[in-house]
Ligand binder design. Structure first.
Ligand code: PMP
Ligand code: GLN
Length: 381
């Protein structure tokens, strides 16, 4: 294995899920729902599968999906031409990797906000660029963006900023002020923003998802990435997309076409259907996730954890120190066997694990009885 990939031989999700399975633990580690997406979408997939949509779709994605994606993004006031400014990818993961491969390389620096989704560090490494990590900072119970720290991380070599909101693993949804600050920095220093918005619909209470591309000066310099997995409970479909200017889209396409060329033929019309017809289903998903978040948070608090409120995503972070533990990573590796629950230590998503050592990430995208079973087991800690 080449040196730049040596730190990335396994993922916490694969390892923790394998450990959970080995001990028949309740898996609140890897974030995936345990119920299916909207039936209409599944019916469309079956129709496509039996209707001959099984050969290579066009490289940029099927036109009806690109059109549905562009129409969906119009909800944010951002307009994209489905022909040239939208690219369908194999999940957001490929979109992130293809964007970094296409737009950054040796000598470039990419600012990544930690904790970060694990594929970011690996994809930056594949591109040959260098990651510059800026930590979120506690602001009361919330994790906030430290704009001064982001500013301080910018150098003459900074090429891009990778931004994830709603944020995995903290559940932070960046505010208008935080995003406006990032946008101003990008404009001032001529940076490209790559935004990971896979949880765009999963925001709770009064939180609102605001795409960075909609801020002044950002539409031409932002690669906006999302995916169907979280919005429609189909994480295994790996249908994602990029929306960006013609120039940026064609750059990302140049990388994508030699990674996979194209992706998931029969699933594309089904996702197009869902984007057009199933947003009220998504509304009910959001409501149910809000209530599951509250259920899990109440259970974790009753078990003695310190809860960090989550405004979006599938996840909530919990402080293990009130229970007398100091090392959440060590605890996470022991929990599946000791009490039959799996969670993910937040430190693995950072370059500074010591500073994040007290936090565990729990996924609440599970049926109520599964959450209740986990809570009951956690109360024996
Ligand atoms: N970004 C974030 C923040 C995620 O949590 C995930 C996975 N759930 C992805 C990207 C990957 O998305 P996809 O499955 O569409 O590749
Ligand atoms: N995004 C999911 C999570 O954060 C896991 C994705 C994966 O298994 N790679 O839990």
């Amino acid at each position: 294995l080449v040196e730049r990939l040596r730190p990335f031989t396994s993922t916490i999700f694969a390892e923790m899920t394998a450990l959970a399975d080995r001990h028949s633990a309740v898996n609140l580690g890897q974030g995936f729902p345990d119920t299916d997406g909207p039936e209409g979408m599944l019916v469309e997939a079956r129709k496509a599968l039996f209707g001959g949509a099984n050969q290579y779709p066009p490289g940029p994605g099927r036109p009806e999906l690109r059109e549905a994606i562009a129409d969906h993004r119009a909800r944010y006031g951002t307009e994209y031409d489905p022909d040239g400014e939208v690219l369908v990818t194999a999940g957001a993961t490929e979109a992130i990797a293809a964007s970094l491969l296409a737009l950054t390389g040796p000598g470039d620096e990419v600012i990544v906000i930690e904790p970060y989704y694990d594929s970011y560090a690996a994809a930056v490494a594949m591109s040959g660029a260098t990651r510059k990590v800026v930590s979120l900072v506690p602001d009361g119970d919330r994790f906030a963006l430290d704009l001064d720290a982001v500013r301080a991380a910018v150098t003459a070599n900074t090429r891009a900023l990778l931004v994830n909101s709603p944020h995995n693993p903290t559940g932070t949804v960046f505010t208008r002020t935080e995003l406006a600050g990032l946008a101003a920095l990008c404009v001032e220093h001529n940076l490209i923003a790559i935004t990971d918005e896979v949880y765009e619909h999963l925001v709770f209470d009064d939180a609102q998802h605001l795409p960075l591309a909609a801020f002044p000066g950002m539409s031409a310099r932002t690669v906006s990435i999302s995916s169907a997995g979280k919005t429609f409970n189909c994480t295994g479909w790996k249908v994602g997309w990029v929306c960006a200017s013609r120039e940026l889209t064609s750059a990302v396409r140049a990388a994508k076409q030699f990674l996979t060329f194209t992706s998931a033929g029969p699933l594309q019309p089904a996702v197009a259907y869902a984007l057009r017809n199933e947003l009220s289903w998504v509304e009910s998903l959001r409501e149910s996730l809000r209530s599951k978040r509250d259920r899990l948070c109440a259970g974790l608090a009753a078990a003695g954890f310190g809860i960090r409120p989550s405004a979006g995503t599938y996840f909530v972070c919990a402080d293990v120190r009130p229970l007398g533990f100091t090392d959440a990573e060590d605890l996470a590796w022991r929990l599946p066997e000791s009490i039959g629950v799996a969670a993910v230590p937040v430190g693995v998503f950072t370059d500074h694990p010591a500073e994040w050592r007290h936090l565990l990430r729990f996924a609440f995208c599970k049926q109520e009885e599964v959450l209740d079973e986990a809570i009951e087991r956690l109360r024996t800690l």
